[in-house]
Structure formats: C-alpha cells, structure tokens
Design a protein around this ligand. Sequence first.
Ligand SMILES: Nc1nc2c(ncn2[C@@H]2O[C@H](COP(=O)(O)OP(=O)(O)OP(=O)(O)O)[C@@H](O)[C@H]2O)c(=O)[nH]1
Ligand SMILES: [Mg+2]
Length: 502
Amino acid sequence: MVVGDAKQILLPDRKRSRSSAGRLSGIRYIHTHLRPEPLSEEDLADLALLRFDCVAAIEVGHEGLPEGVHVALLAPGNRPEDPWDVWKPLSPVDAAAIDFSALIRDLEKELARTTPLSADTETGAENRGAILVGVALGGVTEAEQSLEELESLADSCGVSVLDTILQRRPSLHPQFVVGKGKLKDLVIQALQTGAEMIIFDHDLTPNQMRCVTDFTEIKVLDRTQLILDIFAQRAKTRDGKIQVELAQLRYRLPRLLHRNTGLSRLAGGIGGTGPGETKLEIDRRRVRDRIHRLEKQVERLRKGRRTRRARRNQSGLPLVCLVGYTNAGKSTLLNALTQSDVHTENRLFATLDPATRRLRLDESREALITDTVGFIRDLPPDLIAAFLATLEELRDAVLLVHVIDGSSDRCEKQLAVVEDLLGSLELGEIPTLRVFNKADKAAPEMLSNLCRRYHGIPVSALDWSTLPTFLDRLGTLLVTGKSNSPLKKTSVEEATPIQEPF
Ligand SMILES: Nc1nc2c(ncn2[C@@H]2O[C@H](COP(=O)(O)OP(=O)(O)OP(=O)(O)O)[C@@H](O)[C@H]2O)c(=O)[nH]1
Ligand SMILES: [Mg+2]
C-alpha cells in the first residue's frame, strides 16, 4: 500500500516484468474527489497508460464520509474508441463487497485471450508484437516506403508488426514525436492489440525518449535502436560482438534515464529524484568505462586486421569487394561465383562479418572476393564508426562490385544511398561495377532502362547462365581498371596498387 498526499503519489520503480500483454500493473489506484463528480479524462487515461488494475474515485460527503464510488477497469478486446468500462457509481458498502481480486484475475485472463499475439501458446516462445509509427514530414509516398522498410527491419528482428500508423505533421513534436493526444491513442491501441512496443520510424532525441518513456509503460524503440538490435542478434564473431556493443552503448549513453517513478504527472510536478539520480550517475560512469574498454579492443582489432590484410595483399591477388544495400543479394552472388555457402537469407543484415573467397576468373586468373555488411538508409553513425574496422577492408579493393536489387521499386533510391555512403567513407574513388541483381524477378523493360541509365549489367545470382557476362566484364575491368561508371574517376592507379598485376 502506497499512500500519497494532496499533490502526488510516489510509486516504487515498476519492473517491466508484468508488461507482457494481458498483464496489468498489479496496482489499484484509489483517490478521493471532494465534489460529486465522475472519473476525469485524466483518471481514465492513467488507467490505460499505466495499466492500472483499476481506478476508483471516492466522493467525500459533507461530514467527510465516503459517498459515491466511481470505478473503471480496462475493457478487453479492441475498442479504440472506448477502451475502458466505467461503472455506475456504487455505494461504499456495495463497493466494499466486491471481490476485486477475482475480478481482476478474470480480466487479465480475458485480456490475454483477446490479445492472441502476446505469446505463442504452442511453442511457448514469446512473440513480440509492435505498432510501427511514422511521421510524414514531406511526401507521403516516401514516408510510406520508409515505413515498409521499417517493417522489414522489425521482421528481421523477430518482431511481429500488429499495425503501422502514418501521421502527417509539419514537424516532429519536440517531446512526444506525434503529439501527446496521438501518443495516448497509440498506447491504448497497443494495450488492446497486445503490442509490447511502439517503434518510431525516426530517431528520437534523448529528450523525446525520456518524455515518451515517462508517459507510458510500453517499451519504445526508434529506428536506430531497432537496427542496433538486429546487429546485436546477428553478431556471431567476437569482433562483430565488440563492435555492436560499442555502437549500442554510444547510442544509449545520452539516453540513459531513470523512469519518473512518481505519479507526479497527475500533479504536474517532478517526483523521484534523490537516490535515483545517484544511481543514474553510477550507471553513466559504468557505461563510459565500458565504452572506453571496448574502444581499446576495437583499436587492437583494427591493428590485427591491418596485419592480416597486409599478409593477404602479399598473395598478389587483386581484391574485389561486393557492396550494396542490405538484402540486394551480395552473399548469394558470392556463393554463386565461388561455390561457397555463406549464409544468405531474405532478411535485412544477414551478413555482418566479411567473408573472403578465391574467385576463378578464367583458366589462368584468380582474384579475391569479399562479401561485406549491407548498407541502409540513415545507417546509424555510431554503427558506422564502430564498424570502421570492418569497412576498412574495402580500402584495399581494386574494384567494388555494387550489387543492386534490380527488382525493387526502391532500387534507384537504394543505389543513391549506397553511393553516398561510399563517398562519405572516402571509397567513392575506387572503380565500381554496378550489377542489377534479381533480374529473374525484375520487369525486363525497367531493368534494361536501369542498366542503360546507370551503365550497369543485369545478373541473377540464382541463375548461372547470367554470370559469364558479368565475369567477363569483371576480368576486363581488372585489367584495364576502367569501371563502367562515367560518373567516377576510374583509374586503377588511384586505388590500392595490385602487387602482381596480370
Ligand atoms: N529472385 C532472386 N532472389 C535473389 C537473387 N539473389 C539473391 N536473392 C534472394 O535475396 C535474399 C537476400 O540475399 P542475400 O544474398 O542474403 O543478400 P545480401 O545482399 O547478402 O544481404 P545482407 O547480408 O543482409 O546485406 C535471399 O532470400 C536470396 O535468396 C536473385 O538473383 N533472384
Ligand atoms: Mg549478405
């Protein structure tokens, strides 16, 4: 039992352990109303946002005695317009006779039943559901495509998308991203559909993250965190894990916060400082220490890679690197060209760690070919910084093969994103061969237009017959150093010299 005063109630830190769909917070929120009046909009919003077991207001009569009792509980089922059951006022005697424990137990069961995605009952595995939220600041089509990509990202992270919502606004709300009213509706919708989290298709500032997290019990992620989560799930090697952890901590540090544990919001004040702040300082110091240690490890890793690269360069074989947007088919192409079995998957960021293979160009010539991590729009800068050790590999390339998903309707945008990123990594000067992959899936006319416009060649990594043309072109380029892109400087001398040119 926690007792508040006229201004606020401070609650102990609430763990998220009960936040799976169907579970309520375990807290019944009871307060007095000095005048005869029903539950306010604020009371009902708190019921939903803080997942209270129930909210009750007891009217106080002239003599200071309890009079009408107003009770509301969350309603099971998806009723976005009317998410709560507000009871008719009860007398204190009637209210006291109700077995609330049994009632709330039944309600939780009902909530769990009507939110079927909360858990996969057959496998027992947790099935995390999310609502995706985008804001169209400019063109709607662009925002829609971006949301589609966010959906693939969520899917790659093992999250089921329960709904996607696009809001038009002139700018992001400085505290609540979509505005307070819309955020409230979203949280209620999440609660009713069993969504465990809300994922924004934008990067939230530390301030937005704090405001939104204080506002609701539901987990909130932004696009960068989602990408970082995917990387964290995918990282298998020690190098990969170190780099991802570093990127995650760098992103998290300014966003570390302590939940505002008070119900101070009700009184508009600020609660729960003091011990919380001290703990926050300790947390921050720990994170900074860890970042420092990881940075040293990354530096060592970078040196190690340099040595290995130097040794590889001594092999005298020219290095070709496959680059491109995530899911374009780089690993599939590497496998087809070298009869390897690098992991490929119809998911974003299937590859994190570069894999290098020997590639036979013809009877007498060989090259080394490296598959790299995929790119994406707005690749988090912390991630680029952390993966520089891996990306440095690209500097040794004599030729980059830019693999583009020629069947995607976002193909040209993806192409531009990759080439911009290569430019910012100072790799734009390396001769580049553009290949439009997935020719088998693409509309032939569109594909030939693309190839003409961007001086590329069509291939299908799944169809061997399309590859000899590509290999021929590759072989010629390795000799002449002329890329097919007139947009770039194309002399081999500018790239890392081949030790033993053939
Ligand atoms: N239809 C078709 N599918 C392809 C082709 N090439 C690759 N794919 C499919 O596209 C998906 C992604 O392929 P990957 O090779 O994993 O793509 P990637 O570029 O390595 O992706 P990341 O490692 O995530 O950056 C897989 O499901 C492949 O089977 C192709 O030529 N045609
Ligand atoms: Mg790959």
